[in-house]
Design a protein around this ligand. Structure first.
Ligand code: TMP
Length: 200
């Protein structure tokens, strides 16, 4: 089973991912907790580039995320799924649709094609969207916006990202769950678990 966690800055994805991994392990499931960009050496290098490199074009940014994804699927996600492990991934292809598609306003059709090349058929069974307003999220996120190109984009950009996530969730309710990320941590975990328990 492959579960992706998505949401804007400060939504609490990594907190939820860690709590879900712990709960699944307490049910004797092998869990791989991984993230994008990251999860491989190439992913870590891409993470630094997209955060800090000045003058990156939107297209270059898109292709860097997709290059990292292709390597991550090949090296980490597919092998784990083939072993029968549960994969929890903090961000995946929906991030690219939300950030580069809705945020940067690149062609959604081109992004779908780039995602298709990168994932080679490996797609999440369930995507959990931690939803909150950008104002709340950016207030909760304590990283320095000046040190991160995407985080430092204005509120309008992050509003488009949120709309992009909600549109994806609305289009595929069987494979998406929208969770109100302003709830207490336990309530967020319980909402996610109520859907995942049925799948495991
Ligand atoms: P994070 O550590 O907050 O998850 O940071 C990753 C940043 O990269 C975040 O601003 C979202 C962005 N991102 C994209 O724009 N497109 C993508 O495909 C991915 C995976 C992340």
């Amino acid at each position: 089973m492959f579960i992706a966690l998505e949401g804007g800055e400060g939504a609490g994805k990594s907190t939820l991912a860690a709590a879900l991994a712990q709960r699944l392990r307490s049910h004797d499931r092998n869990v791989i907790l991984t993230r994008e960009p990251g999860g491989t050496g190439l992913g870590d290098a891409v993470s630094k580039l997209v955060r800090h490199r000045q003058g990156l074009t939107p297209q270059a940014e898109l292709l860097l995320f997709e290059a990292a994804r292709a390597q991550h699927v090949h090296d980490v996600i597919r092998p784990a799924l083939e072993r029968g492990d549960i994969v929890l991934c903090d961000r995946f292809m929906a991030s690219t649709i939300a950030y580069q598609g809705y945020g940067r306003v690149l062609s959604l059709r081109d992004i779908a094609e780039a995602n298709r090349i990168a994932v080679e058929g490996v797609e999440p069974d369930l995507t959990l969207l931690l939803d909150l307003t950008p104002d709340t999220g950016l207030r909760r996120d304590t990283t320095d916006p000046a040190g991160d190109r995407l985080r430092g984009e204005g509120t309008a950009f992050h509003e488009r990202v949120r709309a992009g996530y909600l549109a994806q969730a609305a289009a595929d309710p069987d494979r998406w769950l929208v969770i109100d990320a302003t709830q207490p941590k336990e309530a967020v975990l319980n909402a996610a678990w109520s859907r995942i328990a049925a799948l495991v």
